[in-house]
Design a protein around this ligand. Structure first.
Ligand SMILES: [Fe+2]
Length: 155
């Protein structure tokens, strides 16, 4: 019987750990965007309500791609909210923010996410995990652009 030989994807536990860490942080970021979408008010309501929705839709699809990348490279993505809350460096907010404070929060969270992405790209490229490098590089460039636009709005 012929058995196809399948080369395992080159990666390490460190990369998987960093992908799961990014996944946790992304979930908290995602939920904060949803909350801001609901809670925003004032003269910029229409633009920010729409912008926050666009951002959480991007985050939702990126979350799915990260989780499925973890499966692709042979591990299991974290799936419990309790675990996301426990491990995420990005924290939930209980207070009510002004629209400017919301945008500033998003910029801060994006800065944390992009730092994590850069570390992950470095770890993945060191072990030849080009699929992870490629995927995360795309997210990074997209988030850097979003961040630039939000900072321009704040200026
Ligand atoms: Fe909505």
């Amino acid at each position: 019987m012929n058995q196809a030989s399948v080369e395992p994807i080159s990666t390490t536990g460190k990369v998987i750990h960093e992908l799961n860490d990014l996944l946790s942080n992304y979930h908290i970021y995602y939920q904060k965007l949803r909350k801001f979408h609901w809670h925003v008010s004032g003269p910029h309501f229409f633009e920010l309500h729409g912008k926050f929705e666009a951002l959480y839709n991007d985050a939702r699809s990126q979350i799915d791609e990260i989780a499925e990348r973890i499966l692709t490279i042979g591990s299991r993505p974290i799936g419990n909210l309790t675990e996301y809350l426990r491990t995420s460096e990005i924290k939930e907010l209980s207070d009510t923010l002004t629209d400017r404070e919301m945008v500033q929060q998003i910029v801060n969270d994006q800065s944390m996410l992009t730092e994590k992405m850069k570390i992950l790209i470095d770890s993945a490229s060191q072990v030849g995990d080009e699929g992870t490098v490629d995927m995360i590089s795309g997210f990074l460039a997209m988030m850097e652009k979003e961040s630039w636009m939000l900072k321009a709005w704040l200026a």
